[in-house]
Design a binder for this molecule. Structure first.
Ligand SMILES: C[S@@+](CC[C@H](N)C(=O)[O-])C[C@H]1O[C@@H](n2cnc3c(N)ncnc32)[C@H](O)[C@@H]1O
Length: 247
C-alpha cells in the first residue's frame, strides 16, 4: 500500500464512533448536573403517559416515572417542528408509543406506522395475536384514527416506496426488528425520508439476545451508522433510547 494511503485508514476512535461516546458522556453529565430539570420533565412526561396508558387497551404494565419517558417527550417537544408534525414509526405493535406521541403533540400530527403485525423471531407465541386489531382499537380510543396511516409489512418493503415518492418526516422512531442488519437498514432508509433538522429516535440501544445468536445488537448498527454519517448528525442523547438530529 502506498505510504500516502496508510494514513487514510480509519483511526481506532472512528471504529468506536466517538460521537456516540461523547453523546453518552453528555447524557450522563446532564442527568447529574441538570437533575432538577430532568425531574420536572419526568413529571410532565408521566402525566401524559399515565393518561395514555389509562386510555389504551394493553397488556403492558404501566411502569413508573423515569428519565427515558422524560427524554422522549422532551426531545419531541424541543424538535419545534412545523404543525402538523409528520411522524413515522417503524414497529408499532399495539400503539403505545404512537399514542404517546399523539398526546405529546396534542393531536397536531400526521402519523405513519409500518408493521407486519405477524409473529417474528424475537417474541413468544401469541404476543402478536390480534396486534393490528388492538392497534386500531387503541387509535380509536385516542380519537386518533383519522391521523394514522398504517403500512402493513416490513420496513424494508415500504421505505423504498416512501423514498421514491419523496415523502419526508419530521420525527422518526425506529422500534421494529432488533436484528443488527435490520436496524442498520432502517437507519439508512429512514435517513433518506428524515427532513433536514428532523429527529431520529432509536429504541433499545442496549438490546441483546444471546439466545438468538450474535445477530441482535442494535448498538452495533447504531454506532456504525453514526460513525459513517457523523458529518450529518448531532447526537442529542444516548441512553436506552438514542436521539439524533439531522443537521
Ligand atoms: C418492540 S415492538 C414495538 C413496540 C411499539 N413501538 C410500542 O412502543 O409499543 C416491535 C414491533 O416491530 C414489528 N416489526 C418486526 N419486524 C419488523 C420489520 N422488519 N419492519 C417493521 N416492523 C417490524 C413487530 O411486529 C412489533 O410490532
Amino acid at each position: 500500500m502506498p505510504i500516502s494511503l496508510r494514513w487514510k485508514r480509519p483511526a481506532p476512535l472512528d471504529v468506536l464512533a466517538p460521537a456516540m461516546q461523547w453523546g453518552r458522556f453528555c447524557t450522563w453529565i446532564k442527568a447529574v448536573l441538570e437533575r432538577p430539570q430532568l425531574l420536572r420533565n419526568r413529571e410532565r412526561a408521566w402525566k401524559i403517559y399515565a393518561g395514555v396508558h389509562d386510555t389504551l387497551k394493553t397488556s403492558e404494565p404501566v411502569g413508573c416515572p423515569n428519565d427515558g419517558l422524560a427524554r422522549f417527550a422532551d426531545h419531541i417537544l424541543q424538535a419545534h417542528c412545523a404543525k402538523p408534525v409528520r411522524y413515522l414509526e417503524i414497529g408499532a405493535w399495539q400503539g403505545h408509543s404512537t399514542a404517546f406521541v399523539y398526546r405529546i403533540l396534542s393531536g397536531d400530527v400526521q402519523i405513519t406506522v409500518v408493521d407486519p403485525f405477524v409473529e417474528y423471531a424475537e417474541i413468544g407465541d401469541g404476543i402478536m395475536h390480534h396486534a393490528q386489531e388492538v392497534f386500531s382499537a387503541n387509535m380509536k380510543a385516542m380519537h386518533a384514527e383519522d391521523k394514522v396511516r398504517v403500512l402493513k409489512g416490513r420496513s424494508v418493503d415500504h421505505l423504498p416506496s416512501l423514498i421514491e415518492s419523496g415523502e419526508q418526516f419530521d420525527i422518526i422512531c425506529i422500534d421494529g426488528s432488533h436484528a443488527t442488519l435490520d436496524v442498520l437498514l432502517d437507519a439508512v432508509l429512514c435517513w433518506r425520508v428524515l427532513s433536514s433538522g428532523g429527529l431520529l429516535i432509536f429504541d433499545d440501544y442496549w438490546y441483546r439476545r444471546p439466545d438468538l445468536g450474535a445477530g441482535y445488537r442494535p448498538k452495533l448498527a447504531i454506532d456504525a451508522f453514526v460513525g459513517a454519517m457523523s458529518h450529518e448528525i448531532a447526537v442529542l442523547d444516548v441512553a436506552r433510547q438514542v436521539f439524533l438530529r439531522k443537521k
